[in-house]
Write a protein that binds this ligand. Sequence first.
Ligand SMILES: [Zn+2]
Length: 324
Amino acid sequence: MDRTRRLRRTENLRSMVRENHIRVDELIYPVFVIAGKDICKEVSSMPGINQYSLDRLHEELDRVVDAKIKSILLFGIPDHKDEVGSGAYDAHGIVPEAIRYIKSQDKYKDLVVVADVCLCEYTSHGHCGLIKGGEILNDETLPLLAKASVEYAKAGADIIAPSDMMDKRVGAIRKALDEAGYINTPIMSYSAKFASGYYGPFRDAAHSAPGFGDRKTYQMDPANGREAMREVEEDLKEGADLIIAKPAMAYSDIIRDIANNFNVPIVAYNVSGEYSMVKAAAAEGWIDEKKIVMENMISFKRAGAKMVITYHALDVAKWLKEDE
Ligand SMILES: [Zn+2]
């Protein structure tokens, strides 16, 4: 008689047959660097997540390195915004300066620095592209994204991660990187990025809420799964090396579909709203934070993700170590 409970009898038996695991090397931790001095400011909607000025960034990086996390995803918050997002592609902007600092320090230089590329943190209107008459321009935005990518690669970024969702940007960035001599710099593309309500807290963290309208003309409709496959196919054709699915929790069917259809490492972005919901419920004592977070991590792996970008990364690393 078939009895599935036979293999659940003891912890050792359960661990022998366990199908999925999350390892510390698979975690990518988002880090927010803000222009200015002596700043360590908590994001009010994201308990435990802070913005750091460059002179205090070491506080966060020490925690990352001590937790044996291998990779960070870098976001910049400039002191000045304009119509064309010039802070994004300024050679002395906040992100290139932060990358140069990280790469100059023995303790941090081996971190895999993933540089997010977008205009929304740098534009006065908060949109991810240039604007004309209320419309977000596609092709006119591409050279600026390419320029930012080359500046970040030049500063020492290990991976370029365009999050803007303009059409053809992976190809434009690949070409610009190759022409500048960075043929070995991989592109981690936010391919399946949905116009989601789960990004709310991030916009507090990165000061990137759109000043008018929404992002529905460039980010994907949450109702569309097949269209996500088209986005991934196109990005791979244009030269993407890694594919991000974002958000992760409510979109694990998308992760699974990408895994079933494409031979490429998939990165699940466990986004700010997903993080804040867990933190809020845990603070109320309604859920067991560790159990819920670890269950979420495993669900991304089970769906088919290879890596996870998560604000919980420091805690996950700590819990993995405790359970060794
Ligand atoms: Zn953006």
